[in-house]
Design a protein around this ligand. Structure first.
Ligand SMILES: Nc1ncnc2c1ncn2[C@@H]1O[C@H](COP(=O)(O)OP(=O)(O)O)[C@@H](O)[C@H]1O
Ligand SMILES: [Mg+2]
Length: 372
C-alpha cells in the first residue's frame, strides 16, 4: 500500500500544509525542530490511532487553536481509502473513513499499516518486557481484528481481576469472582498467545537475515516467544486450558501479591545474538542492529498476514548508522513506501526518491531525484 496525499491542518507546528507522496522513498530534510517528526506523527496517527510519542493527544493540536486534523488518501491493492482524523484541544479524537464518521477510533486499525523506526527504538531491546510486548501489540493490532478485540477484552478483565485481588471481600465471594475472571482471561489470552507466536514465527527468519547482513555476517540473531505457557504446537483451545490451570495454580500467590502474576501480559520476546541474551548483555551496536532487524522483519509479517506491504516511517535513523549500513537500509526499502527524515542526505544511493525541504512547519521545496 502507499499514501498518495497528506493534508495537515493545525497539526503541531503545521498551520495548513499538503504533500503528495512518491510511491517509493520520500525524504524530508530540515534542521532541528522544523517539524519532521511531527509530519511522521501525523501519518502514524492515521494508522495506529494514537501518537508515536505522547499519550496526551491534545499535544498534537497546534497551540492556541481549537482543533487539528490530518487527512490522507491511501492506495491499497483493492482500492483507495480516505482517512481523516480530528483532534480537539481537549484531546478528543474523531475519525472518518471514506467520509463516514466512525463510532470508535479502533475501526481505523487495519486500513493504513505502519512500521515506525527511530533511534529511540533501542529501548525495544534493552528495556523491560513491556517494550517488547508493545512492539508485538502495535503490530498485531494492525494485522488482526481478533487480536485487537482479544487484547482489549483481556486488559479489561485483567484490570478487574487485579481489583478483586486488592479488595478485601469475604473469601468465598472472592473465589467465585476469580473463577469467572480466570475463565475470561484464559479465553481472551489464548488467541493473544497464539497470534504472538505466529508473529514470532513469521519474522524470525527474516530478522536473522537482516541482522546477519547489517552486522556484516559476524552475528547470528535468534528470537523466541518467551512465556511459561508457550509450548509450541498448542491450539488456542489447548492454550486456554493451560491458562486456566495456570491462573488457578498461581491464585494463592496472586492473592498475596495482589496482582495477576502470569499470562500474556507478562510474556516477553527473547533476543539472542551469538548465543548471548542481548536484552541484558548486548553491546549498544548489537542492540541497535537487532532493533532495526526486528523492525524490518515486521514488514514481512504484514505481508504474510495481510497481503499488503506497510508504509515504513524512518525518523532520523541515518545519523546513527555508518555509510555501509545506511546503504543497506535504503536497499531494504525498495518496494516499500518509505518516509524518511534527516538533517542532511548525502548517500550515493541508486534508489530514486522525492526530496522535501521542511522549515518551521512548512514544506518549502520538493524535488524528484530519478535513478536507473
Ligand atoms: N502543539 C504544537 N503546536 C505548535 N508547535 C508545536 C507543537 N508541538 C510541537 N511543536 C513544535 O514543533 C517543533 C518540533 O518539531 P519536530 O517535528 O519534533 O522537529 P524535528 O524536525 O526536529 O523532528 C518544535 O519547534 C516545537 O515547538
Ligand atoms: Mg525529529
Amino acid at each position: 500500500m502507499y499514501i498518495d496525499a497528506l493534508r495537515l491542518k493545525d497539526f503541531r507546528n503545521y498551520a495548513a500544509e499538503d504533500a503528495v507522496f512518491f510511491e517509493g522513498l520520500n525524504i524530508f530534510k530540515g534542521s532541528n525542530a522544523s517539524g519532521k517528526t511531527n509530519l511522521l506523527e501525523a501519518v502514524y496517527v492515521c494508522g495506529v490511532g494514537k501518537s508515536l510519542r505522547t499519550n496526551q493527544d491534545k499535544e498534537m493540536v497546534r497551540w492556541d487553536v481549537p482543533e487539528a486534523s490530518v487527512k490522507l488518501t491511501l492506495v491499497k491493492k483493492y482500492g483507495k481509502h480516505d482517512i481523516e482524523i480530528f483532534i480537539d484541544s481537549k484531546g478528543k479524537k474523531r475519525v472518518l473513513i471514506d467520509g463516514i464518521a466512525q463510532v470508535r477510533m479502533a475501526e481505523l486499525l487495519g486500513y493504513l499499516n505502519i512500521v515506525f523506526f527511530s533511534p529511540d527504538e533501542l529501548k525495544l531491546i534493552k528495556e523491560g518486557p513491556s517494550e517488547r510486548r508493545r512492539f508485538m501489540d502495535i503490530s498485531l493490532c494492525q494485522q488482526s481484528r481478533l487480536y485487537l478485540k482479544s487484547l482489549s477484552a483481556y486488559n479489561k478483565a485483567l484490570t478487574q481481576r487485579n481489583k478483586i485481588l486488592k479488595t478485601a471481600y469475604n473469601a468465598e465471594t472472592v473465589r467465585n469472582m476469580l473463577d469467572v475472571f480466570d475463565v475470561q482471561l484464559a479465553k481472551y489470552g489464548a488467541p493473544i498467545i497464539e497470534i504472538r507466536k505466529r508473529f514470532v514465527a513469521n519474522i524470525s527468519q527474516t530478522a536473522a537475515e537482516w541482522h546477519s547482513k547489517i552486522s556484516g555476517g559476524t552475528e547470528s540473531l535468534s528470537i523466541a516467544y518467551e512465556s511459561p505457557i508457550a509450548d509450541d504446537g498448542l491450539t488456542a483451545r489447548e492454550i486456554t486450558d493451560v491458562l486456566i490451570r495456570k491462573y488457578a495454580k498461581d491464585r494463592e500467590r496472586d492473592t498475596e501479591t495482589q496482582f495477576t502474576n502470569s499470562g500474556p501480559h507478562r510474556d516477553d520476546l527473547k533476543v539472542i545474538v551469538n548465543g548471548v541474551d542481548i536484552r541484558k548483555f548486548g553491546s549498544q551496536g548489537q542492540q541497535r542492529s537487532a532493533a532495526l532487524s526486528l523492525k524490518l522483519a515486521e514488514i514481512e509479517s504484514f505481508r504474510i498476514e495481510t497481503g499488503e506491504t506497510p508504509v515504513l516511517l524512518l525518523d532520523d535513523v541515518l545519523s546513527e548508522l555508518d555509510l555501509a549500513r545506511q546503504k543497506n537500509l535504503l536497499d531494504a526499502t525498495k518496494g516499500i513506501q518509505t518516509i524518511l527524515t534527516c538533517t542532511h542526505f548525502d548517500i550515493g544511493t541508486d534508489v530514486g526518491y522525492r526530496e522535501y525541504i521542511v522549515t518551521e512547519g512548512k514544506i518549502v521545496g520538493q524535488t524528484d531525484i530519478y535513478k536507473e
